[in-house]
Design a binder for this molecule. Structure first.
Ligand code: CA
Length: 476
């Protein structure tokens, strides 16, 4: 066991003592306890999962940013737990969303290892093929968290960014969401809801709708109205903001006409700093409205879907969105549940987006059908002192390039392959968090071991839908 791992374990064991006491409320279920019976007398908590879009690791005040004011998220962290080693499952939008909703590595689904291009464009072999047959998206035959929560008696809602398929058959209301209001693609004008190929992006229940206002505000309005509404059952609210993804438009930047298709504001990585700041500060205010609306029996989680672009601050980490360097996948994450999670907790045990899927399913007593094995761990167990002995994997193809990554303890192995050219890296994150020193020559046996682990994972996990017109759950 490495020094860093021992330190992490001690930190979380100490914090876990408090958690053990305060988690005497609704006991997380075991698999044997799970039921799909609706129990209106249950005190199962409300569940809110808030996602930012391309927010960098260092973009919030509580993660070190000085020139962007995020008092509500900073306070949420001070009143709850802040994660310092939280990873997105994907280095881009669609993959992380797929992993969150299914609770499994997105590679299982096919076509969703890379963000779906604006206007429904496939960007690597399997995705291109699926696009041609109108099959690029998250099939409704895949068990998802909202569908399973709904079966377990939860009221479910999504207000925000979908980005898991443009075809009507992939719409979120077909995945178990009772209430929907969403941007269908990966980016859109925040005031006119058009994307950069002039498609219209604002939908409810599979149908385009008209509205007026700043998208960050609009989805918060929907969320607050939903939270304050009458609920006969506990609820699950998925609130994925498009902020601070391009186009770069602050709340006061409304123009009478949609943003021109050739505007540089569409270009990721080139945000004017003042606009970038205004976008994040507005999201922070709006999340504050959500926090002001919830009752005590509500778990609120906040995370980013991938690392920041060049517009962001990913410090101290190397790389940006799209890569498997830490800057592309390590993201801010906060969980808030007063009376249940001790205030001021900091957890440095590595966690992944799809750990929240397991956590929320456990809290709701929701079960997934047999073959669909959740691959995450319960984050509350980590806060109670458990340190899962596991290896984390990333894989992101786009065109002829592919980024690979594997982390085992403090060791991380990265592959950056472009066509026939391949660069490989080995880092020890315990002493080199910024991935500045490639140890591939000094530690060939460790590199070989991690490469073998990755290859094994890829060969057993990587799937496409070739020859499988109807998606079915893997039976691994
Ligand atoms: Ca994103």
């Amino acid at each position: 066991m490495s020094q860093n791992r021992i330190r992490s374990r001690i930190v979380c064991i100490v914090l876990g003592i408090a958690m053990q006491v305060i988690l005497d409320g609704p006991t997380p279920s075991t698999a044997a306890d799970k039921t799909t019976d609706i129990d209106p007398t249950s005190d199962r908590p409300n569940l809110i999962f808030v996602l930012a879009d391309d927010l960098g690791y260092g973009d919030l005040g509580c993660y070190g940013r000085k020139d962007i004011q995020t008092p509500r998220l900073d306070q949420m962290a001070a009143d709850g737990v802040r994660f310092t080693a939280h990873y997105a499952n994907g280095a881009e939008c669609s993959p992380t969303r797929a992993a969150f909703l299914t609770g499994r590595y997105q590679q299982w689904i096919g076509g969703l290892e890379c963000a779906i291009g604006t206007g429904n464009v496939g960007r690597y072999d399997d995705a291109i093929r699926l696009r041609e047959t109108h099959d690029l998206g998250l099939p409704v035959s895949v068990p998802t968290l909202p569908a399973q929560l709904k079966s377990a008696g939860y009221e479910t809602a999504i207000f925000g960014k979908w980005h898991l398929g443009y075809e009507p058959k992939f719409a979120p209301h077909l995945h178990g969401f009772d209430h929907t209001y969403y941007c269908i693609g990966g980016e859109m004008d925040y005031f006119h809801y058009t994307d950069n190929v002039a498609g219209y992006n604002l939908f409810r229940d599979g149908k385009p709708i008209r509205d007026e206002g700043y998208f960050t505000d609009l989805i918060t309005d929907e969320a607050v109205k939903f939270i304050n509404g009458k609920h006969e059952r506990p609820y699950f609210l998925y609130l994925p903001y498009t902020c601070p993804h391009s186009p770069f438009q602050g709340p006061d930047d409304r123009q009478t006409h949609p943003l021109p298709l050739d505007s540089p504001l569409w270009k990721q990585g080139s945000a004017p700093p003042d606009i970038y700041r205004a976008m994040i500060q507005r999201m922070d205010q709006q999340i504050g409205r959500v926090l002001d609306s919830v009752d005590a029996n509500t778990l609120v989680i906040f995370a980013s879907d991938n690392g920041g672009t060049k517009s962001a601050r990913n410090d101290p980490y190397r790389g940006i969105k799209g890569s498997t360097f830490e800057g592309g996948i390590r993201v801010p994450a906060i969980a808030y549940w007063p009376g249940k999670i001790a205030a001021g907790t900091v957890c440095d045990v590595p966690t992944l987006t799809f750990d929240w899927t397991r956590t929320l399913a456990d809290l709701a007593n929701a079960s997934f059908p047999g073959p669909h094995r959740l691959e995450g761990v319960n984050v509350l167990d980590i806060l109670n002192g458990e340190h899962p002995d596991r290896v984390l994997y990333w894989r992101k193809p786009r065109g002829e390039s592919i980024w690979k990554g594997v982390r085992d303890g403090d060791w991380k192995y990265v592959v950056d392959r472009r066509g026939e050219r391949e660069k490989v890296y080995l880092f020890n994150l315990a002493v080199d968090e910024s991935e500045s020193h490639n140890l591939i020559e000094q530690h060939p046996d460790t590199a070989k071991r991690l490469r073998a682990m990755y290859d094994s994972w890829e060969s057993t996990t990587r799937r496409d839908r070739r020859g499988r017109p109807q998606w079915t759950s893997p039976s691994d």
